[in-house]
Design a binder for this molecule. Structure first.
Ligand SMILES: [Zn+2]
Ligand SMILES: [Zn+2]
Length: 307
């Protein structure tokens, strides 16, 4: 599991930072890539990475501002050209369907794969055997969502050595024991499966937030997360500006991570006014509130280990 940033700038593209997009690489977990936001030229950024568009399974759009959205039709079309044939679901606020369907229709773009468009409300927006995704509304002057991606706990490993010591040989019975069932051996011995399974491996939590002011919903989404991706459009000194434009400062982001007791914070959506040393100053500010803070850069990747 790895976060790979494709665009980390606010508002308009800059040479150093393209507009918003970040990929969550779930290759080991489900052979797939999930994309959060798709600013203009995201597909160009992808060309510099190992991401394969046909592997993109979900695209989650936090909100419909152009710097998070305008790259979507192009990427959807290219995925078809690049022999993407598996279904793709795009999640996002109301209005997403009209945007995507109009862009594809007027440009005569035909997709050779199944495209699902899910206009979301707050709550569980995706759930299967391995992952659940929860969405909540943030505070951004237009509907903007944050996403909490929760990996399901993995069952503990079968304690094979312990079974072998009792003379239980591998076979279908191992499967039953692994499921924690009580089994009866041929000689009448009763085994409680739960005693032969190690502790479950805790799933990871990754929170990716759209543009927002400091808000309670962000804290709830980030609760105990392994990683929180939070915008920090402005430095701490620009609190009033951040508030007026429905954005966050470095301190707002750090405060969310601290109150949520998250493990790690990554700042993104950085205004082009902060370059070089000024950008490093942003991290320094946030670290005073939440020490385990890092600054995203285009093409920076952060692996998310288990536990
Ligand atoms: Zn933005
Ligand atoms: Zn925005």
């Amino acid at each position: 599991m790895e976060l790979l940033f494709l665009g980390t700038g606010a508002g308009v593209p800059a040479k150093e930072r393209n507009v918003s997009s970040v990929a969550l690489q779930l290759l080991d977990e489900r052979g797939a890539t999930w994309l959060f936001d798709c600013g203009e030229a995201t597909q160009h950024q992808i060309l510099h990475t190992a991401i394969r568009p046909r592997r993109i399974e979900h695209i989650l759009i936090t909100h419909l501002h152009g710097d998070h959205l305008f790259g979507l039709p192009g990427l959807l079309g290219s995925r078809s050209f690049q022999s993407g044939e598996t279904p793709l679901t795009v999640f996002g606020p109301r209005g997403l369907r009209a945007f995507v369907e109009t862009a594809l229709a007027v440009s005569g773009t035909k997709l050779r794969y199944e495209l699902n468009i899910a206009e979301i409300e707050e709550g569980v927006i995706f759930d299967d055997e391995t992952f659940q995704v929860i969405a909540k509304r943030l505070d951004h002057g237009m509907p903007s969502y944050g996403f909490r991606v929760v990996e399901k706990d993995l069952p503990g490993p079968l304690l094979v050595d312990r079974l072998r010591a009792l003379g239980v040989r591998p076979g279908p019975i191992y499967q039953q024991i692994k499921q924690g069932k009580t089994v009866v051996l041929e000689d009448g011995t009763v085994l409680d499966g739960r005693e032969f399974v190690g502790p479950p491996q805790k799933g990871r939590i990754v929170t990716v937030l759209g543009d927002t002011r400091f808000c309670e919903a962000a804290i709830e989404l980030a609760r105990d997360a392994d990683v929180v991706v939070h915008e920090a459009t402005f430095a701490a000194a620009e609190q009033q500006l951040a508030h007026d434009y429905f954005h966050s400062t470095t301190i707002d982001a750090a405060e969310v991570a601290r109150r949520a007791r998250a493990k790690r914070l990554i700042l993104t959506h950085i205004s082009s006014r902060y370059q070089g040393a000024a950008a490093l100053q942003l991290v320094a500010e946030a670290r005073r509130v939440f020490p385990n803070t890092e600054l995203a850069a285009d093409f920076a990747s952060f692996s998310i280990p288990r536990g």
